[in-house]
Each structure stands twice: as C-alpha cells, then as structure tokens.
Design a protein around this ligand. Structure first.
Ligand code: PMP
Ligand code: GLN
Length: 378
C-alpha cells in the first residue's frame, strides 16, 4: 500500500522502552510511574467488575463520570461545562487529541504547533491533510515569541495546538501567554486544542492556566486530560475531553466510530475515586518532592538540569559529557550505563538537536537513587 505516513517510524517511547528492557536498564525514558496506583482504586475496579458493570458504556461516558469530570473542571476553573453535552470520556488523552483533530481539520487547513511537541500531534494532523505551521522553541527557557505566532496566522489557520505543562520541556503557560493567545484568536475561527494532561503536576505554587479559565478561549477550545496522569494508571488508557457543545457534538461524531465507548468498570471506579478532590489536589506536592529529590541527586553528575515547572519530566544538557547527537547518546546511556532517557530531538520534526535528554522522575525513591548512581559514572 502507499503509506499515509511515509516519514513516520516507531514512536520513540516504544523504541527506548524496548531498548531499556533489552539492556536491563533503569527506564527513565517513557513517561509512566514505576509505583502502583492507590489500593482503594483497585478495590473500586474490583467492586464494579463484580457488580455486572461489564457491558458497553454509553458512547459519551458513564453519566456519573461525566458528572464528576464537569464538577472537577468547573470547580477548579469557574467554568460551566454541562456533563451531558460537553464532556466525553476517551481512550486516554491520545484518542481525545486524535478525535479533536479528525473532527476539525480539512485538507489544507493550517495548524500552529509548538515544538518540542508530543510525538502524536504532527502525524495525527497530517493524516487529515492538515498543514503544520511550527513554532520551534529553544532551550533553556523555551519562551514563546507571540509576535512570531501572530505572523503565522492566515485565513487558513484552523487550529492552534498547545500543551501546558509541556512535555518534554516542563514549561507552563503564564497568564500573559493566555492574554496574547486571546488577542491573537479574537475575531477568528481558530479552534484551540489544549493538551492539559499534566494539569495537576504544577510546582512552586504556580497556577495551571487552563483554557477553561478564560471565557474567550474556552468557547473555542477542546481541552484534553488523562486519568493515566491523575491516578498513576497510564495502562488504563482512560481520559476525557471537554469542549463547548457545538465543538463536542462534532467530536462525538468521530468518537462514536473510532472507539464508540471506553471500558466500563474503570469508568465507574474513576467516578467514585474522583469524588475526593484530594486524589488530584495532592499530586503537585507529591511530584514536586520527586522533582526536588531527583534534582538534588543529579547535582553529583555531569548533567546540567533545566528548570521544570510542571509535568514529570526533567531535561538535562550533557554538553559537559559529550558532543554526540542526542539519539546516539541516549542509546549509549542505555546500553553502556544502564539508564534509559529520551533524546529531545525526537520532539522536533526536523530533529533539532540541542544536546538535551529527558528523564522521567515519576519513579520510586530507590529507582531514582539507583539511576543517579549509574549516571555518576557517565
Ligand atoms: N499528551 C501528552 C503531552 C503526553 O505526554 C501524553 C502521554 N502520556 C499524552 C498526551 C497521552 O496520554 P494518554 O496516555 O492518556 O493517552
Ligand atoms: N506520554 C508518555 C511520554 O511522553 C508516553 C506515552 C506513550 O508511550 N505513547 O513519555
């Protein structure tokens, strides 16, 4: 067959996790916790598995979960999303992103994205004939030049895709960024796709700037979230999208023929678990401790860490160690030193290489200590 995605290989997350397993390395590459979720959450899944919640869920999500999601988002951001028409439960954040793109993008539509960008964005946009207009952000601060963004907007601009907290850079959007975005999109038909899967992993007392907080942005936004990050359950592939009814109605037209619905017992368990806001409110403090601990340990190595305001990733420059390309360096790090990381060039379509690797610190203390012990030899 003629490839729809001729330039696409296997995702870097699959590649590095496989190399980590094959090399017996500590896996700080793909983003997932190496500790389990709360036992209470498992007990809730068991309860629903044993109480006959094993058939198709409604296409848009089990109503009690849609309710809990609407309560959470509205409670946090002062919005007024309606559970029945403006919330859809998805198979992880990835399917929500894909569906929002599929529902919005026509061939020739332009999409502004920011690189480094999560690896699913560009292929998903290209599949529907979207044209990428990329803003390449650079370390160490990855600051957005809004003047430049404004210059990329044309009558064909259909979507702006943003990710805050950002994977892999750990940067977050500020109130000033949101003001700029509001100005740029005012009086346009631009749709925002806002990847907020790390919304509850924001540090140093900073505030996550959700599109839901800003009425002018909210009315044009698909907001994507993931229970994988919320509950330490990346393997459940459970997430959601919220959007104004008009956008959500188009989203659901695609969703119903993409997955139709998402596994039922986990949805009930998620709804029960969400009823205590502490489940997500304590996440920032929890991961901030891990960030600080990993930062402290890494001081003994020759890596230079970049700041991280959110997400569970820390980037590090290895300029004091070697001048190799980052892909070669991460391969060697994994095979020879037993620690797997992600080369940040994988987040740039043109492979921009700034000599930076990404470590996931969502790991047990002992894992972080063992990894850094090995990194001291590099
Ligand atoms: N967006 C970003 C920025 C991510 O890092 C991830 C990966 N976890 C996702 C979306 C996908 O989330 P999920 O695993 O729920 O599909
Ligand atoms: N989001 C995770 C990361 O950035 C990986 C998800 C995946 O493997 N597709 O590492």
């Amino acid at each position: 067959i003629q490839s729809r995605l001729p330039d696409v290989g296997t995702s870097i997350f699959s590649v590095m996790s496989k190399l980590a397993i094959d090399s017996g390395a500590i896996n700080l590459s793909q983003g997932f916790p190496d500790f389990d979720c709360a036992p209470e959450l498992i007990a809730l899944v068991e309860k629903h598995l044993h109480s006959g919640k094993n058939q198709y869920a409604p296409m848009t999500g089990v109503p009690v979960l849609n309710e809990r999601i609407a309560e959470k988002v509205n409670g946090l951001h002062g919005s007024n999303y309606r559970a029945e028409s403006e919330v859809t439960v998805t198979a992880g954040g990835t399917q929500a992103l894909f569906t929002a793109i599929a529902a919005t993008i026509h061939p020739g539509d332009e999409v502004i994205i920011f690189e480094p960008a999560y690896d699913s964005y560009i292929p998903s946009i290209r599949l529907f004939g979207g044209v990428i207009r990329s803003v390449a952000l650079t370390p160490p601060d990855y600051r957005i030049d809004w003047q430049h963004v404004r210059s990329l907007v044309t009558p064909r601009t259909r979507m702006i895709l943003l990710n805050s907290p950002q994977n892999p850079s750990g940067t977050i959007l500020t109130e000033e960024d949101m003001r700029q975005l509001t100005d740029i999109t005012r009086d346009t038909n631009i749709v925002m796709l806002s990847d907020e899967v790390y919304e509850h992993l924001v540090y140093d007392g900073l505030q996550h700037q959700s599109m839901a907080r800003f009425p002018e942005l909210r009315e044009r936004s698909f907001i994507v979230a993931s229970f994988g990050k919320l509950f330490h359950t990346t393997g459940w592939k459970l997430g959601y999208c919220v959007a104004p009814a008009q956008l959500m109605s188009e989203f659901r037209k695609v969703h119903q023929f993409n997955v139709f619905s998402v596994n039922t017992p986990m949805q009930y368990a998620a709804a029960d678990f969400l009823s205590d806001p502490q489940t997500y409110l304590q996440l920032s403090a929890f991961f901030q401790r891990k960030r600080d601990e990993f930062t402290r340990l890494m001081k003994e190595t020759r890596f230079d860490l970049l700041p991280c305001k959110g997400s569970y990733f820390l980037s590090a420059s290895y300029s004091r160690i070697s001048g190799e390309p980052d892909t070669a360096f991460t391969q060697r790090l994994t095979k020879d030193f037993g620690v797997a990381a992600i080369p940040v060039s994988a987040f740039y379509a043109k492979g921009n290489d700034y000599g930076i690797v990404r470590f996931c610190f969502a790991k047990k203390q002992e894992t972080l200590e063992k990894a850094v012990e090995r990194l001291m030899n590099v």
